[in-house]
Design a protein around this ligand. Structure first.
Ligand code: HMG
Ligand code: MG
Length: 306
């Protein structure tokens, strides 16, 4: 059997959080439903952050209320603090993600507190997760550069990763939030973190701002990472990282990995159809090269499919 790579689809959260005009709840729910039928095992769903900070996701409760869970699929939600955790638990979340940064400046801009304070905020969140048997992922932003402070020390990335694991995060996602990383630096960063946290618990999360995301993923997969975050049609950006484009497109990652002999469990054509559908709904370009190529070779306009 081919070696597996787990794909974490973040389009409905990381992708949509940067959309200026509010996307209707039913479109979000339909996106999540469609993604759940492509073979994806993880479909990040929404965020229980402060509605003033990310107005696009102010409807988190409504989105969760209409969630149609596909068996075997996880639907994690972002949680910044205990208040967010209480909301997430009330909404029926079974998986959550907390998020910290490797840069002090970004931590302040994104969550209004220092890195240390953010870790302290997660303590009661993760305690509550344990009580409710909720799975926890930890994100680290700005692992290869920060829009406010510039360079980020590798030691800071490693320290935050260690703290999150110590708190009880099952998985750590290393985020190149502004997409400035290049392959050798990405591999070096991953190796440094893997000295402190087992590789099987690490994920990589690349934005494609400088067109380096696929190359960075390849470099990290060659180092042994087997969890990759991406966003259908390359949706997204980051509201607190100016100029950051979307995550690498899921279709492109699936095409590359399957072509290299890894098993993702995802049906590429089905995923490409979801990319076409959501970009049509948002009236945005489809940033997936593999997705648009597959769509062009299909006999019927896939946007018509339901
Ligand atoms: P704050 O203003 O410092 O919060 O925001 P506070 O604790 O001082 O509370 C102020 C008021 O907000 C209080 O209400 C709280 O109850 C309320 P009041 O007593 O005044 O009536 N409040 C909340 N209400 C609803 N939900 C909550 C919540 N928390 C407090 N969860 C906070 C601090 C962290 C909440 C804020 O900064 C925030 O929501 N930040 C989120 C920013 C965000 O979502 N950024 C994008 C996600 S990170 C990302 O995209 C990067 C990633 O993809 C990785 C990568 O790409 O690298 C993960
Ligand atoms: Mg991101």
């Amino acid at each position: 059997m081919n070696e597996q790579v787990k794909i974490v689809e973040v389009g409905a959260r990381d992708g949509l959080q940067n959309e200026r005009s509010i996307v209707p709840v039913f479109v979000k729910q339909e996106l999540i439903r469609r993604l759940g039928r492509t073979g994806l095992k993880v479909v990040e769903t929404t965020s229980f952050v402060h509605p003033d900070w990310v107005p696009q996701l102010a409807d988190a409760e409504e989105v969760m209320a209409g969630l149609k869970r596909q068996p075997g699929v996880m639907y994690p939600v972002l949680v910044p603090n205990l208040k967010g955790m209480q909301r997430a638990v009330s909404a029926g979340a079974r998986e959550i993600a907390v998020f910290a940064a490797a840069s002090e400046a970004f931590s302040q801009k994104n969550t209004n507190c220092s890195i240390e304070e953010s870790i302290e905020r997660f303590r009661p969140v993760i305690e509550m997760a344990r009580e409710h048997d909720i799975w926890v992922r930890g994100y680290i932003s700005c692992v290869l550069g920060c829009p406010y402070q510039g360079a980020v020390e590798l030691g800071d990335v490693v320290r935050v990763a260690e703290s999150l694991v110590e708190l009880g995060c099952a998985e750590i996602s290393l985020g190149d939030t502004i997409g400035t990383g290049t392959p050798h630096k990405a591999a070096e960063m991953l190796q440094a973190v893997a000295q402190a946290v087992p590789m099987e618990r690490l994920a990589v999360h690349f934005h494609d701002t400088y067109g380096q995301a696929l190359a960075n993923i390849l470099a990290c997969v060659e180092q042994g990472v087997r969890i990759v975050d991406c966003s259908v049609a390359g949706l997204g950006g980051c509201p607190y990282a100016r100029g950051a484009t979307g995550n690498v497109a899921t279709e492109d990652v699936v095409y590359m990995l399957e072509g290299m002999g890894y098993a993702t469990g995802i049906e590429l054509d089905r995923l490409a159809e979801v990319g076409a559908w959501i970009t049509n709904q948002l009236q945005k370009p489809n940033y997936s090269r593999a997705g648009t190529a597959r769509l062009a070779s299909m006999p019927v306009n896939p946007v018509m499919f339901t």
